[in-house]
Design a protein around this ligand. Structure first.
Ligand code: Q9C
Ligand code: ZN
Length: 655
């Protein structure tokens, strides 16, 4: 459906006219650097370009007092000394004769973006604006922010478009206290912010930036603060914050629109943030938000002061909004202790207001699980994923930093990431892997499946050579039948297309009786033809268990399996109910093509048995899979359910 890019050159006009070390980082080049890089990457050209308009007095009045708007209007005619004097009345603010015009364009850009998304002209978009907005308050400029662009957009989406639930995700490294103040008693706006906090010793030094500020009155639980108490937070910490805190609440909230206060001072290299997340991380954060609100995501620039890091991160965000797959993340995906403490304290503060957190609070920990495994296993990055039953399929490839390169030349790996860049050059080596030209292919023509597919999915004509297919099929009795053999030939051809980087994803149908054998072949083929690691997700029960090599290269997840069991950290099954109707193939195809999944609706509570099964599995897997860890180790020792763990099948063996 498309991505809007809202911009106006006039927004480069406002700038600092006097000496002020605190404010000098907010400069016009921020916009030009981002835009130039978008052009250079061919990303700007792929967007629907919209010229920003000025927000009206009434629109600014949605969140600001008329007196404050008049005050800012008057700065247009002030001389430099008067501008400087007025600026001094606010914290970290400069005014320029063009500030009022720029700030009205910045707010107006957000409104245009919201209009474009909510009228269905585009699916999502980014407004490249300055001055930024999230620190600005009803009657005060603050922290380079004059009008609160994102807050105005939220109020406008409620008033003009009649929305009832808006999620604001503020990934800027500073606390958007302006947005918090404006919506703290409003349950229709869920505000999430992470920010450098250092126990209150970082700007803006507010008590109300801490995790225990959760909103007031009707808005209790609709302000979510995640204070980072150390600098150096990286990809794993950011992703953990999304997975363990933001997303559970966001799914339960079920927003109709997602607004992003997209500050990139939270990225590596930024002098303000001092954090370590690489630009690719913003592709993943964006991607994680795209599953919400039917994919209606409006991002608006806030901070970001390292021009190179900013430009790269903006590209990652836009590229993902456009539907390109997210590039691999560098580094081990292990959140640091301080990040876990912050996430846990925010979860504890929010737990009274959110069912999704209450469920996860239950526990089934094992004392034995606390012992570290022999091999330090931490992150698992699958390069290929197979999703099976009722129809097998697959997306996404990567070669993360520090991992061995693909076995075969010409594999799907991002060429720029091989060989792995030195840690210091993370920013100099943008991942230039082009998205494959074919996004989704249908390999097999089972008539009932073809029916539910989107019309523009490409039907695959090709098949692997007959002899080769027969050779792969030979060890498997269930693959002897002609029908199964034909299906296998098409699947092998699809796999090769993916491993060569020509096809991004695909769906193949196979006879149910041959499902397990087909998967065995697909896994073997994938691993012997260039994939380092492979994720296999099976929905429902197969005709027999898979034949896994247990070498850690295949991660097997059976949803809707017989029982909750972790046979190893690489072989997991849960008994959750699965819906495997033919329509599932249609939804799967749309999502693989990059469409947003349908909203899950107001959250229903999982059954106690399902929750128990999941908690049991989490207890089993947490010691090996560091990304599952949300509790502190000390806390887990005290956990009353800990005794359960002694029954863990392999939790206590790692000594
Ligand atoms: N070194 C935005 O990013 N100065 N505003 C902090 C601490 C103010 C940041 C000084 C930073 C304002 C939108
Ligand atoms: Zn900031």
């Amino acid at each position: 459906m498309g991505t809007a890019l809202v911009y106006h050159e006039d927004m480069t006009a406002t700038r600092l006219l006097w000496d002020d070390p605190e404010c000098e980082i907010e400069r016009p080049e921020r916009l030009t650097a981002a835009l130039d890089r978008l052009r250079q990457r061919g990303l700007e050209q792929r967007c629907l370009r919209l010229s920003a308009r000025e927000a009206s007095k009434e629109e600014l009045g949605l969140v600001h007092s008329p007196e404050y708007v008049s005050l800012v209007r008057k700065t247009q005619v002030l001389g430099e000394e008067e501008l400087q004097a007025l600026s001094g009345q606010f914290d970290a603010i400069y005014f320029h004769p063009s500030t009022f015009h720029c700030a009205r364009l910045a707010a107006g850009a957000g409104l245009q973006l919201v209009d474009a998304v909510l009228t269905g002209a585009v699916q999502n978009g980014l407004a490249l604006v300055r001055p930024p907005g999230h620190h600005s308050q009803r009657a005060a400029a603050n922290g380079f922010c004059v009008f609160n662009n994102v807050a105005i957009a939220a109020a406008y989406a409620k008033q003009k478009h009649g929305l009832h639930r808006i999620l604001i995700v503020d990934w800027d490294v500073h606390h958007g206290q302006g947005i918090q103040y404006l919506f703290e008693d409003d349950p229709s706006v869920l505000y999430f912010s992470w920010h450098r906090y250092e126990h209150g010793r970082f700007w803006p030094f507010l008590r109300e930036s801490d995790a225990d500020a959760v909103g007031r009155g009707q808005g209790l639980g609709f302000t979510v603060n995640l204070p980072w108490n150390q600098v150096g937070m990286g990809n794993a910490d950011y992703v953990a914050a999304f997975l363990h805190l933001l997303l559970p609440l966001a799914f339960e909230f079920d927003p109709e629109l997602v607004l992003v206060s997209a500050g990139f001072d939270s990225a590596i290299g930024d002098p303000e943030g001092q954090m370590q997340a690489t630009p690719e991380c913003f592709a993943h954060l964006t991607h994680l938000l795209q599953v919400l609100a039917g994919g209606r995501v409006c991002a608006m620039l806030e901070g970001g002061y390292h021009l190179e890091s900013l430009a790269e991160s903006v590209c990652m965000t836009v590229q993902t909004l456009l539907g390109d797959p997210a590039p691999p993340l560098s580094g081990l995906m292990v959140p640091c202790q301080s990040a876990l403490e912050s996430i846990q304290s925010a979860r504890a503060a929010q737990a009274p207001y959110w069912k999704s957190l209450q469920l996860q609070g239950q526990c089934g920990q094992v004392l034995g699980c606390r012992i570290p495994p022999q091999a330090p296993c931490s992150g698992y990055d699958s390069e290929l994923s197979l999703d099976v039953t009722p129809v097998p399929t697959s997306p996404s490839t990567h070669s993360p930093e520090g991992r061995p390169p693909p076995l075969l030349p010409g594999g799907p790996m991002c060429k720029a990431a091989v060989p792995a860049p030195a840690p210091s050059s993370l920013l100099d080596q943008p991942c230039l892997c082009p998205a494959p030209s074919v996004r989704t292919t249908v390999a097999l023509t089972a008539p009932d499946i073809t029916l539910v597919l989107p019309p523009d999915v490409i039907q695959q004509e090709g098949s692997a050579l007959r002899e080769e297919t027969e050779a792969w099929a030979r060890p498997h009795e269930s693959l002897a039948r002609e029908e199964a053999l034909t299906a296998l030939g098409k699947l092998l051809y699809l796999l090769d297309g993916m491993l060569d980087g020509q096809v991004n994803s695909g769906i193949a149908a196979t006879p149910a009786s041959a499902a397990a054998a087909t998967l065995d072949v697909a896994i073997q083929r994938g691993l012997s033809h260039g994939a380092q690691r492979l994720l296999c997700v099976a929905l429902g029960q197969l005709d027999r268990p898979p034949d896994l090599a247990h070498d850690g290269r295949t991660l097997w997840l059976n949803i809707g399996g017989k029982e909750a069991a972790a046979l190893s950290m690489f072989h997991v099954s849960t008994p959750l109910p699965v819906d495997s109707t033919p329509q599932l193939a249609g939804i799967l195809a749309r999502v693989l093509r990059g469409e947003a999944p349908p909203s899950l609706g107001p959250s229903s509570v999982a059954s106690p048995e399902d929750v128990q099964a999941l908690m049991y599995l989490r207890g089993q897997l947490e010691p090996q899979w560091k990304m599952l860890q949300v509790r502190l180790i000390a806390e887990a020792w005290l956990c009353p359910g800990a005794r359960l763990c002694r029954r863990g099948r392999w939790g206590g063996q790692g000594k």
